[in-house]
Write a protein that binds this ligand. Structure first.
Ligand SMILES: Cc1cc2nc3c(=O)[nH]c(=O)nc-3n(C[C@H](O)[C@H](O)[C@H](O)COP(=O)(O)O)c2cc1C
Length: 333
């Protein structure tokens, strides 16, 4: 069993999210209590091509372990070769295989969630990757099915376990649902009941969820949090406290949230030191916007962030934002 599930541990995963779970954000989430983090998905072919942007997006620091790198693709040998290359170069804690992405540009190549319609190929891919990596665990992430007529999660779960996948994250929605509607935790539960590898439940967990109830009611071995963590790395601390004491920890003040923004910017600046400032800021802007969501004057802040030209301006924005807050007489949002 993967060590982070041993001894009754109930890990909280940061979900892989393209465009958000970069090295800086993963680091902040880890510091705030995420037990396991996963890179955004990368195309196996791009890995083999040596695409620099792709390789850059999966780099990590040792303090992020256990750290998974997620790949996607539709050909067993390409996936196996890409996984092997990543393990040889970066030695992640595990490789994760994506069978959940609903985006058309992915499914039209028969990758991501499209493979839920072709379980024999899905099984082949997993088997090839597992065989290529005798020295590194392989996990997978699926949706519950392509649409409401084909809820294949239990069948896929059995197959994945039989070919050596060591843990399975299940997003409780179909491909057809996209990101809307309720996650179906009953199917997650049904799948977990049928297999003995750890199952990580995923879908719409946020501050409002009673995750203690999720833990008690369903046979999941851990939970994965996606959108609610965007811009809110402290959510993990909050949920951990809820799990352990029944009470969520208090949210950070705006001052503290700005500290996260500045730290995030510094981590990214360090990681991308080889790039020009405008390029680093270009990578960061969307993510910075997510950090200031809900701040007083958020719209103005968003505009200013979209026009950022230097790191110093981020400090100026912080100072101005705190003056506004003082004028409003508040420190929480
Ligand atoms: C912007 C965005 C990017 C995502 N990128 C990935 C990805 O790269 N790999 C993956 O397996 N899932 C990806 N997902 C799906 C999430 O990992 C997660 O399964 C989904 O958001 C449901 O969890 P949530 O309701 O907690 O957000 C992405 C989701 C979002 C919103």
């Amino acid at each position: 069993m993967l060590p982070w599930f041993q001894d009754g541990n109930f890990p909280l995963y940061l979900a892989p999210m393209a465009g958000f779970t970069d090295i800086g954000f993963r680091k902040l989430c880890k510091e705030k209590g995420a037990d396991v983090v996963v890179s955004e998905f990368v195309l196996a072919d791009a890995i083999l091509r040596g695409d620099p942007k792709t390789w850059n997006s999966i780099e990590f620091t040792e303090d992020q372990r256990p750290m998974g790198i997620q790949i996607f693709g539709s050909e067993a040998d390409v996936m196996a070769d890409a996984a092997r290359m990543i393990v040889d170069r970066l030695n992640p804690t595990f490789i994760d295989l994506n069978f959940g992405c609903p985006a058309k540009k992915v499914t039209c190549k028969n990758a991501g969630s499209s493979l839920l319609r072709d379980l024999p190929l899905l099984g082949n891919i997993c088997e090839s990757v597992v065989k290529a990596l005798p020295d590194c665990p392989v996990t997978a992430k699926i949706r519950i099915g392509w649409d409401g007529e084909s809820l294949v999660a239990p069948e896929a779960g059995r197959l994945l376990e039989s070919v050596g996948i060591q843990a399975l994250a299940i997003h409780g929605r179909t491909k057809a649902q996209g990101y809307k509607g309720d996650a179906n935790w009953d199917i997650i539960n049904e799948t977990a009941a049928e297999i003995s590898i750890p199952v990580i439940g995923n879908g719409s967990i946020n501050y409002q969820y009673d995750i203690r109830e999720l833990r008690e009611r369903y046979q999941v071995n851990g939970l994965m949090i996606g959108r609610a963590a965007i811009g809110n790395p402290w959510l993990f601390e909050n949920l951990k406290s809820l799990l352990e004491t029944g009470e969520p920890s208090s949210p950070p003040s705006v001052e503290e949230r700005w500290d996260y923004v500045l730290r995030y910017a510094e981590i990214m600046r360090g990681h991308y030191a080889h790039l020009r400032t405008d390029m680093i800021l270009g990578i960061m802007k969307g993510r910075l916007v997510s950090f200031v969501a809900g701040f007083p004057g958020a719209r103005k802040l968003r505009n200013r962030i979209s026009r950022l030209q230097s790191f110093e301006e981020i400090h100026e924005l912080r100072d101005e934002s705190l003056v506004t807050l003082r004028e409003l007489g508040t420190s929480v949002v």
